[in-house]
Ligand binder design. Structure first.
Ligand SMILES: [Mg+2]
Length: 186
């Protein structure tokens, strides 16, 4: 039997890049922003920096990837179990260079079969997976239109949008990776 394909996003889903971003901001720009204040996916709305500056910091964050912690310490073991039933595709629009991304995934023992890197969140829908896990609410309508199941990992930047999910059969919300495993069934 062919395995179903599970797409897994990196930033904000596996990798806690936001905390490293905010630390960098505090240290190098003397700007203090709390994680809970990032209530949408558009970082420039929540920090007094330009798109270019924000992009530059994301790049720096990934250049120092050993500092990046897991969003959920259970994610690697959950993915290992899911690997019995799913082909795991890392589906990402990250700013990370390939070697940094691969280095981080390997250091954190994330099992995967393939990496699909896209330029921009909206293109992730082209990954052709059967179900996708992400922290970006803004892509949910695209996934609904393509009839792809989406699991949103709860984050301060998507929490306010949960009530706006238009198709509760296709889009589920999970608080952590154990709940993601529960949604995907045994
Ligand atoms: Mg993400």
């Amino acid at each position: 039997m062919t395995k179903m394909k599970l797409g897994v996003d990196v930033d904000g889903t596996l990798a806690n890049t936001v905390d490293v971003f905010l630390e960098y901001l505090k240290k190098n720009h003397q700007i203090e922003v709390d994680r809970e204040e990032i209530v949408s996916y558009e970082m420039t709305k929540h920090v007094p920096l330009s798109k270019k500056e924000v992009h530059g910091i994301w790049k720096r964050v990934w250049e120092e990837h050993p500092k990046i912690k897991l969003e959920d310490a259970n994610a690697p073991e959950v993915l290992k179990r899911l690997g019995d039933r799913f082909e795991i595709h890392i589906v990402t629009a990250t700013n990370a260079r390939e070697q940094d991304l691969k280095g981080w995934l390997s250091a954190n023992r994330i099992p995967y079969n393939k990496i699909q890197k896209f330029k921009g969140q909206v293109h992730k829908v082209d990954s052709k997976v059967d179900v996708h896990v992400d922290d970006c609410f803004e892509i949910s309508e695209l996934f609904i239109k393509s009839n792809i199941r989406l699991i949103l990992l709860e984050q301060p930047w998507n929490k306010r949008h949960h009530g706006l999910v238009k198709n509760e059969k296709l889009v589920k919300i999970a608080k952590n990776w154990k709940q993601i495993e529960g949604i995907l069934g045994r």
